[in-house]
Design a protein. Structure first.
Ligand SMILES: [Fe+2]
Length: 295
């Protein structure tokens, strides 16, 4: 996996960096509109300086290549959902073939991490669709198995086609993005209308948007927002881009923020007991999804 287009030793490196940047003590609550609004830009600079070279290179590639046109092209390429038909379990098992060699301390698989997330949500007494969102939220990472580069699968997402918030980490790398020279993409609103709603806004392409389209007919809107926007850190952790959101987005982002701590902080070294958990999750999946989904 590790090559010039895939600088991370594994996707975990990006998530470890997120945890350094958004420590658990600053975790959002369901009712907060943003976290630490007073946090200054300079603090982000430190995270940039301390980032591993692989993480820095990952963001350089992400910010260089995620243009408006690239995001549109990937939508066309993947959102016809004509690649395969799989059940949720088949997709979980398929994702599990993605080996992450970045963390020598743990041999936990992608499936273990997803089960840990779901189990923590279940433990805290949340609704069944919330647990299910936890179980499946990273299934879009199968894009890596189709041969997509890391910077087009993971990374904090951001709107394309309008000005980049200066709260986006490694903002300086955007000067190498071809959209930097395009005035129509560089104004505050760019190609969008004030409060047009995020559904009309193209974000940088990645695993969130892909999975959203696979499951959008089957889950309640709260779960769909969690899935579609869980990597949109500039909005759900930094409170940016409020001017693109409509009333529904503002309401639903409470759920995106409620989900984020489970995504970021529940990973442990303890492997979940799959055989024990399987009946519960089989029932849960059956409650919401047909036997096969189009991917
Ligand atoms: Fe994710």
């Amino acid at each position: 996996m590790n090559d010039t287009n895939n600088p991370l030793a594994g996707l975990e490196e990006w998530e470890d960096f997120l945890k350094e940047r958004y420590p658990e003590a600053d975790a959002p609550t369901a009712t907060a509109t943003t976290t630490n609004p007073a946090k200054k830009k300079e603090e982000f600079r430190n995270y940039e300086a301390d980032a591993r070279p692989s993480v820095r290179e990952f963001y350089r590639l992400n910010h260089r290549h995620q243009t408006y046109e690239f995001s549109q092209a990937k939508r066309k390429e993947f959102l016809g959902l004509n690649r395969r038909q799989m059940s949720v379990w088949e997709a979980l098992e398929y994702l599990n073939t993605l080996v992450d060699d970045s963390d020598p301390d743990t041999d936990l698989s992608q499936l273990d991490h997803l089960l840990q997330t779901a189990e923590q949500i279940r433990h805290d007494g949340h609704p069944r669709w919330f647990i299910l969102a936890g179980l499946i939220h990273d299934l879009g990472k199968i894009l890596c198995l189709y041969g997509e580069p890391q910077w087009a699968v993971v990374g904090d997402t951001f709107p394309v086609g309008c000005a980049w918030s200066d709260r986006i980490v490694f903002h300086k790398f955007f000067t190498d993005n071809p959209d930097f020279g395009q005035p129509r993409f560089q104004s505050r609103l760019g190609v969008y209308q004030e409060h047009c709603g995020l559904d009309k806004v193209a974000l940088s392409w990645g695993h969130d948007e892909y999975l959203y389209h696979v499951v959008k007919d089957y889950l309640p809107p709260e779960a769909l927002y969690m899935i579609r926007y869980h990597s949109f850190y500039p909005a759900h952790r930094d409170g940016e881009y409020a001017y693109l959101m409509n009333d529904q987005d503002r309401e639903m982002f409470k759920w995106v923020r409620a989900f984020n701590p489970y995504d970021l902080y529940t990973k442990s070294h303890q492997r979940p007991n799959l055989a024990e958990l399987r009946p519960f999750y089989d029932d849960l999946i059956k409650e919401y999804f047909p036997p096969a989904l189009r991917w």
